[in-house]
Design a protein around this ligand. Structure first.
Ligand SMILES: *[C@@H]1O[C@H](CO)[C@@H](O)[C@H](O)[C@H]1NC(C)=O
Ligand SMILES: *[C@@H]1O[C@H](CO)[C@@H](O)[C@H](O)[C@H]1NC(C)=O
Ligand SMILES: *[C@@H]1O[C@H](CO)[C@@H](O)[C@H](O)[C@H]1NC(C)=O
Ligand SMILES: *[C@@H]1O[C@H](CO)[C@@H](O)[C@H](O)[C@H]1NC(C)=O
Ligand SMILES: *[C@@H]1O[C@H](CO)[C@@H](O)[C@H](O)[C@H]1NC(C)=O
Ligand SMILES: *[C@@H]1O[C@H](CO)[C@@H](O)[C@H](O)[C@H]1NC(C)=O
Length: 467
């Protein structure tokens, strides 16, 4: 699908001069005698065409298959697949919610996007199948590194989608235990309260008053065919108003104590990894607890901010476009409020200064291809009309992190392609100015093995993760 083309000697001298005048850094890169620009060639069809599903193969028992909600392999019904415009609108709501939560230093344990009239709730886009209880029942839940508490639709339910028989019913599970209000299991959950029966209840209210509410229980969690995590603590959601993207619940992979990442650490070690499949590919993704056997993973320090303990921060130091570094000081990217990595955000958000430089450099390089510009599409403002083209040539984009980890983005990580006529640079600014956190979104993480080595405080990336 993609090939990297070195651009040695491609630019005529007058264009090189212009490029050098515009981009001081690129002058250095070129006279350094390194490569010249690096380019990718995308087959237009591969940018948007959805292949048919080849169902996940469950060969490796330790890996849970991850599916994109909108992919042909999605277990969710087609009517729960939003349009691209809707996905990007929802994404902005999620990002605003993460940003305000970090700005206000709230320790609320979820950033699920609130449901607004006409706006379906979007929790993360990627779903996995888990099992719960004895006998086991299976549920499709969203995967979210921005949340800590996990929860599933629970019987009896005042407001859940699906049939009552499809809900988790703790009283029918031999292995379930209720959690009492005076236990430390209860008090370590931020938004708990005591029921009249001294049960540990929880309630999460999102921005628009949509909510999940229920009681905290422990039961056996099945992570894949054979792996179980007994006594997993999660929310039994008896009253979940809002659409919740038609999934059965949520798996919180945040950094705080109650998350699955923390609870699984006694069994698997404090390390998990995932590969998010690209929507346009047939490769399966996975979620894996415990140490991965992959080699060649490059790591960057996992940075913690006490004011927002659920999030995984990292230091993005520069971005290379066509191998040319952006002309911004690394402190623009690393200074407070910093940048988090999030599995639920779709499009990467950069501080406005950095995003402006990225888009300018990208546009300048794309201009050599004479592609027709197109008006902005939702939050994406650097768009091209690709009607009639079979191939698109685009500069490479690499995200460089401290410690030597680099995300050399795959084509679907650079271009977001709503349909066969339109493709856009898949980045946006944080929009709120200097006080809003930046986010590495899932479009850019697609197809990489991303490991969260919490024990060693490192985040790693490895190319070709899903294949
Ligand atoms: C919690 O309350 C129950 C009943 O009210 C009591 O039996 C139990 O000992 C208490 N546990 C703790 C840790 O206080
Ligand atoms: C989470 O765990 C850490 C280390 O075990 C502990 O210091 C901290 O108090 C815990 N936080 C909560 C909210 O329980
Ligand atoms: C269920 O949630 C709604 C709000 O979303 C609330 O108005 C209602 O009182 C709740 N019902 C119960 C029994 O808690
Ligand atoms: C990340 O960047 C900040 C701000 O430049 C710096 O203070 C900190 O030491 C860096 N952390 C690591 C682990 O590189
Ligand atoms: C793209 O260009 C074609 C003609 O080449 C035109 O018909 C179409 O309306 C354009 N699409 C957009 C979104 O501008
Ligand atoms: C962020 O990008 C949007 C769209 O390009 C632009 O309208 C807005 O002014 C930018 N915000 C900042 C703070 O630069």
């Amino acid at each position: 699908m993609a090939q990297t083309v070195s651009n040695h000697g491609r630019f005529p001298p007058h264009i090189l001069l212009l490029l050098c005048a515009l981009l001081f850094h690129s002058l250095l890169a070129i006279v350094d005698g390194n490569t010249g620009g690096t380019w990718l060639v995308a087959d237009v069809q591969s940018l948007y065409q959805k292949p048919v599903c080849s169902p996940p193969k469950e060969t490796n028992s330790k890996r849970l298959p991850i599916t994109h909600r909108s992919s042909p392999c999605s277990p969710l019904s087609a009517d729960s697949r939003p349009s691209h415009a809707q996905i990007l609108k929802n994404d902005q709501v999620r990002v605003s919610s993460i940003q305000s939560r970090i700005r206000d230093g709230k320790r609320s344990f979820s950033v699920i996007v609130p449901a607004k009239p006409g706006l379906s709730l979007d929790i993360g886009n990627y779903v996995v199948k888990i099992g719960m209880g004895t006998p086991r029942n299976d549920f499709y839940v969203a995967v979210d590194t921005g949340s800590d508490l996990s929860w599933i639709n629970c019987y009896p339910c005042l407001s859940c989608h699906g049939k009552p028989s499809m809900l988790y019913n703790p009283t029918r599970s031999r292995t379930h235990t209720d959690i009492l209000c005076n236990s430390t299991d209860c008090t370590r959950i931020d938004q708990h309260y005591c029921s009249v029966y001294k049960r540990c209840n929880y309630k999460v209210i999102y921005g628009d008053m949509s909510q999940t509410n229920g009681h905290i229980v422990r039961d056996t969690l099945f992570l894949s065919g054979f792996d179980t995590l007994p006594n997993f603590i999660f929310g039994c959601g008896n009253n979940n108003t809002g659409l919740f993207g038609k999934v059965d619940g949520l798996i919180g992979l945040g950094r705080d104590n109650i998350s699955l990442a923390s609870q699984a650490s006694s069994k698997y070690g404090a390390i998990f990894s995932y590969c998010l499949p690209s929507v346009t590919s047939t490769n399966d993704g996975y979620l894996l607890f415990g140490k991965s056997t992959l080699s060649n993973t490059k790591f960057t320090p996992m940075i913690k901010k006490p004011s927002s303990p659920s999030f995984y921060y990292l230091n993005l130091t520069t971005i290379l476009v066509g191998s040319y570094p952006l002309d911004v000081s690394s402190t623009v990217l690393t200074r407070d409020p910093g940048i988090v990595i999030d599995s639920g955000t779709v499009i990467t958000r950069l501080p406005p200064v950095a995003y402006d430089k990225l888009k300018t450099l990208f546009q300048q390089l794309m201009d050599y291809q004479n592609y027709k510009k197109s008006p902005p599409f939702e939050i994406l403002d650097t768009c091209y009309n690709i009607t009639g083209l079979d191939k698109v040539r685009l500069p490479t984009v690499s995200l460089v992190f401290s410690g030597g980890a680099v995300l050399d983005l795959d084509i679907p990580g650079i271009l977001y392609t709503p349909d066969r006529t339109l493709t856009c640079l898949a980045f946006a600014n944080t929009s709120g100015g200097a006080y809003d956190v930046g986010i590495i979104g899932n479009t850019q993480q697609q197809t990489f093995d991303v490991s969260y080595d919490i024990a060693n405080q490192m985040i790693g990336f490895r190319q070709g993760g899903c294949s």
